[in-house]
Design a protein around this ligand. Structure first.
Ligand SMILES: [Zn+2]
Length: 466
């Protein structure tokens, strides 16, 4: 949009004059002399008031001359009643406007065509404000959001409004995912897709993990509190690509990796998806989102995860040709656990751990299994570790993976779990229904994946749809 500089200049001059007379009436440095912060805040408030007036007047001018009669959705007809005032909550606060109102049909329904035309819902928040509320809602707890919003917007919004707008964004994301799932089951689409333009990443990664969420519905008014809390798994999937990190930008861990002759890699183009659902249904999301990114067409598709059976089952089912890698840090941790329970702190522990860790690093999994088995008679955890390394041996050929330049740590998706689950769903005072947790998490995942603007566009296009 191009702005008329003259109009803006003249409005600015008027505001400046108004503030000049307000401030200059006070003694400089004297009591009651406003600070720059106070002036800024006052000016923001004045501009907000102007916004309320300007938006209200503008919406009112959109109303064309009313006609006498309109067809009603029921098949009957509506008659013009009067110009009627309505209020919406916009980015400026409560904003009033007037528009033509029609009623008098036998079905008793009334309507204001202007509202329908511009997606205005009297009494409700506008699409512009909804995006800001949802943005607060994915970042802060619903109890805390109103405080942050008050500081930014200069007016009050209730925690419940923030909650419902955030969940609405999550619901839109869910709809998008459902559409992807539908499409990914369409054979014609799958075949045509190979010929469709669009980049295929030469090397794409997928990573899957899960984190616990406490489900404890808020007791409803007049209802007894929920009898039990429940822990559910939020499954998180991350698609990404990698690029090498220039030496000057390397973190401590990446410098360490470089010293060990491993390429220092970082993730780019991250896409997060999440749900509280059974593995089978999560598999559909895994397939659908991968199809959308043409992950299955990538010459090299690599999955990184911990040892969870359900994860590897899904990978094998949907992406049978993918390279499977058990996250290095998970594997290494198993050795540390065995060392901790088997040896007292000291040189024996250090020697054992160093030896097996080096063997694992070199992909000598059989050596690691033997070392664990040697301790198995006296240590149940060592027996379990031996079984773990045996089960995942082919997913731990770290020598080969490193030689191919693959990322071997699943930090990306763990950081996704942390950012989606720990940093939002586990905030103090969080009480979740399954739907509330899922929709909030999906909205947050969309934000982290750079999909926010597309959700906002959908929210504007369908203000009354959900
Ligand atoms: Zn009617």
């Amino acid at each position: 949009m191009d702005y008329n500089t003259e109009v803006i200049n003249s409005a600015a001059t008027q505001i400046a004059e108004m503030f000049k007379s307000m401030v200059l009436s006070q003694q400089p440095g004297g009591q009651g002399h406003p600070t720059i912060a106070q002036i800024e805040t006052c000016m923001r408030e004045a501009l907000r008031q102007i916004g309320i007036q300007a938006l209200g007047q503008f919406l009112s001018t959109l109303q064309t001359t009313p006609v006498c009669e309109l067809p009603c959705a029921c098949g009957g007809s509506l008659h013009y009643q009067r110009m009627r005032e309505a209020q919406i909550i916009s980015v400026f606060g409560k904003t009033s406007y007037t528009r033509a109102y029609y009623a008098g049909c036998s079905c008793q329904q009334g309507k204001a065509p202007l509202d329908e035309q511009y997606g205005l819902e009297p009494g409700a928040v506008t699409a512009g404000l909804a995006q800001l509320l949802a943005l607060a809602g994915i970042g802060y707890s619903y109890d805390q959001s109103p405080k942050w919003l008050q500081a930014y917007l200069l007016f009050d919004v209730s925690a419940n409004t923030v909650r419902s707008e955030t969940e609405r964004m999550g619901a839109l994301q869910e709809k998008q995912e459902e559409a992807l799932i539908q499409r990914s089951q369409d054979e014609t689409y799958l075949q045509e897709r190979q010929r469709l333009p669009g980049q295929v990443a030469p090397r794409r990664y997928g990573s899957i993990d899960a984190a616990k969420v406490r489900i404890e519905p808020r007791p409803k008014k007049g209802h007894a509190p929920a009898e039990h809390e429940d822990w559910r798994d939020m499954k998180v999937l991350c698609w990404f690509e990698t690029e090498s990190v220039p030496p000057a930008q390397r973190s401590a861990r990446q410098r360490q990796q470089a010293e060990r002759q491993q390429v220092a890699l970082r993730a780019k183009n991250l896409h997060y998806f999440c749900d509280i659902t059974e593995a089978d249904d999560f598999g559909k999301l895994l397939w659908a989102t991968g199809c959308n990114l043409k992950a299955d067409l990538s010459p090299e598709l690599i999955f990184l995860a911990d040892g969870a059976v359900w994860i590897w089952n899904l990978v094998a089912r949907y992406y049978p040709n993918a390279i499977q890698i058990v996250d290095w840090y998970h594997a290494e941790e198993h050795l540390e656990i065995v060392a901790n329970v088997t040896f007292p702190q000291g040189p024996d522990r250090a020697n054992w751990l160093e030896g097996v860790t080096q063997a694992l690093w070199e992909g000598q999994v059989e050596q690691v299994i033997a070392a664990c088995q040697a301790l198995a008679a006296s240590c149940e955890l060592a027996r379990k570790a031996a079984h773990y390394f045996y089960t995942h041996a082919e997913r731990m050929r770290y020598d080969r993976f490193r030689a191919a330049g693959y990322m071997i740590g699943s930090g990306m998706v763990e950081s996704g779990c942390k950012q989606i689950v720990t940093q939002r769903l586990k905030l103090p005072g969080a009480q979740w229904t399954v739907t509330g947790a899922v929709q909030t998490a999906k909205a947050r995942a969309a934000w982290l994946s750079g999909l926010w603007q597309s959700l906002c566009d959908l929210r504007s296009a369908l203000p009354l749809a959900i």
